[in-house]
Design a protein around this ligand. Structure first.
Ligand SMILES: NC(=O)c1ccc[n+]([C@@H]2O[C@H](COP(=O)([O-])OP(=O)(O)OC[C@H]3O[C@@H](n4cnc5c(N)ncnc54)[C@H](OP(=O)(O)O)[C@@H]3O)[C@@H](O)[C@H]2O)c1
Length: 229
């Protein structure tokens, strides 16, 4: 299995590199040239293609021959960074490759997610601050996901809850809609978000799904498991 990790030098990306290497996968990582040093721990074990993750030439080169592509979707700046990344992956990954994208709960696939007042306020604030500072463009991440959802490629969009550091607790659990009781705790270890993405490569049940995930040891996940038994 050969996988490409786009955004490999970030926190989520580095966890994904580790999980992929643990499984014996061949790894190609894309990261900004100035961030390549963050991948020194993997020197000699992965191939790095340096460059902006919305550079179509860089993505084309990196995904060549890959069976899976793991993409950290981030809406940096105001120049369509997220949608540019997503489009390049959709255009250049080989047909039949598994494409796994990361985003947050604010992305909705079918409009049936139910958001708490806190989440709605957080999203509005991020949107407002992003627009003011021109640092992030939440709308472009929405556009990126709209294009992914419309595609026939074998995609999965993993919607992460609030993230925290710490040891792995195991594979997160998921549900189709934010607002479902199992997700109430709204917390996932970042290492486990990465684990879910890497495991999704081999899970065909997740093709054309946008799972909203939560840590498997969180109170809401445990309450759900108790109710099931
Ligand atoms: N509360 C949360 O934080 C939260 C909740 C749910 C889901 N998520 C999702 O989790 C993912 C974020 O992952 P993360 O933890 O890996 O975040 P991260 O460490 O901040 O890295 C994200 C990526 O953005 C790149 N980046 C940073 N600044 C940039 C810039 N100015 N221009 C271009 N690229 C830049 C980083 O590359 P460098 O290494 O080059 O800096 C890295 O590849 C996203 O998909 C997000 O939607 C986050």
């Amino acid at each position: 299995m050969k996988v490409c990790i786009i955004g490999a030098s970030g926190k989520l990306g580095r966890y994904m590199v580790r999980h992929a290497l643990d499984r014996g996968y061949e790894v190609v990582g894309v990261c900004r040239e100035k961030s390549a040093g963050k991948l020194n721990a993997f020197k000699g074990r992965i191939t790095i293609v340096p460059g902006a993750t919305n550079d179509r030439g860089v993505i084309q080169q990196a995904v060549e021959g890959c069976d899976g592509v793991l993409t950290v979707l981030v809406p940096w700046g105001v120049k369509n960074y997220s949608s540019g990344t997503a489009q390049a992956v959709l255009d250049f990954a080989r047909p039949g490759a598994r494409l796994i994208f990361s985003c947050g709960w604010h992305i909705t696939r079918d409009g049936h997610d139910r958001y708490s007042r806190t989440l709605k306020v957080q999203e509005k604030l991020a949107e407002w601050i992003g627009r003011l500072t021109r640092l992030i463009d939440i709308h472009d991440q929405v556009e990126a996901c709209r294009r992914i959802f419309a595609s026939d490629a074998l995609w999965t969009v993993v919607r992460g809850s609030d993230l925290e550091e710490g040891e792995s607790q195991g594979l997160p659990v998921w549900s189709r809609h934010v607002g479902d009781p199992i997700l109430k705790s709204n917390r996932t270890r970042r290492v486990d978000f990465a684990l879910f993405m890497v495991e999704a490569l081999q899970n065909d049940a997740l093709i054309h799904e946008a799972p909203a995930i939560v840590g498997c040891r969180t109170p809401s996940a445990l309450a759900h498991a108790d109710a099931e038994t």
